[in-house]
Design a binder for this molecule. Structure first.
Ligand SMILES: CC(C)(COP(=O)(O)OP(=O)(O)OC[C@H]1O[C@@H](n2cnc3c(N)ncnc32)[C@H](O)[C@@H]1OP(=O)(O)O)[C@@H](O)C(=O)NCCC(=O)NCCS
Ligand SMILES: [Zn+2]
Length: 220
């Protein structure tokens, strides 16, 4: 199986049972990836990770050491998972072997999905309660317990996690003195409207910049 996946690095001391791994992805020692887990391209799965069947991991995702990614967890493209984050997939857990709970665990109605959206980061030791969506490019502080959805670009900390700031797509804090701001580091611009922040305009790529200046020249 390992030989059939080209451009994938799988440490010889890991157990990888899925074939759904994208090119350029690296899986380090003592990780275990179960059948039917899917992992996109160019990901890094650290030592001692367990990726359960049904977990879905996008492209360019970084999962630091010691993470358990359960069935029902979706990590979109570019997500960062710090060391020892706890995902959950059952809001009212019982042992399925407990006689009183056996019936409830006969199907999959107990299974509750969690979604971490594009570019978001989860700090070390954060706990993400099942059913939550962490919005695009949000940042969850170390040790936070996320009990509710996190809006895009929010920085949340604490137990229960509360918003205490905003962050840029590059990860650094955003300061709003008025309705709009620009990241001091990367230059991306944002508008804030109450509890929502959105990107105003992409920085022009070199290509668009050349195109725009050529057009401007034509107008002269
Ligand atoms: C949340 C975080 C981004 C805040 O960084 P910051 O903006 O520089 O914050 P500061 O250090 O200035 O702290 C501001 C306040 O928040 C508190 N604070 C900082 N991080 C906190 C956290 N994770 N949980 C709770 N409170 C936190 C500080 O104690 C301080 O409180 P005070 O104002 O009462 O003194 C950062 O602390 C964090 O947790 N980053 C994630 C690190 C991580 O897990 N990396 C994983 C890769 S190894
Ligand atoms: Zn930035």
């Amino acid at each position: 199986m390992r030989e059939e996946m080209s451009d994938v690095f799988i440490h010889p001391a890991s157990i990888v049972e899925t074939r759904e791994i994208g090119a350029g992805t690296r899986i380090w020692a003592l990780a275990h990836v179960m059948p039917d887990a899917s992992i996109g391209v160019n990901c890094n799965i650290g030592e001692h990770c367990f990726i359960e069947s049904g977990a879905k991991i996008g492209d360019n995702v970084t999962i630091k050491n010691g993470n358990m990614v359960w069935n029902g967890v979706v990590l979109e493209d570019g997500v960062f998972v710090g060391p020892h984050v706890s995902f959950t997939n059952d809001r009212f857990p019982r042992s399925p072997r407990l006689a009183q709970a056996k019936k409830r665990y006969g199907g999959h109605s107990w299974l509750v999905a969690t979604r971490v959206k594009e570019g978001a980061s989860l700090g070390a030791g954060a706990v993400v309660i099942a059913g939550v969506t962490v919005g695009e490019y949000a940042l969850v502080g170390a040790g936070a317990v996320v009990t509710k959805d996190v809006v895009p670009y929010a920085l949340v900390t604490g137990n229960p996690a509360r918003r205490r700031g905003w962050v840029c797509q590059c990860g650094l804090p955003l300061k709003f003195d008025g309705p709009t701001t620009r990241c001091a580091d990367c230059g991306l611009r944002y508008r804030r409207d109450g509890e929502s922040v959105r990107l105003l305009a992409e920085k022009p790529t070199r290509r668009t910049a050349v195109f725009l200046s050529a057009n401007r020249a034509n107008l002269r």
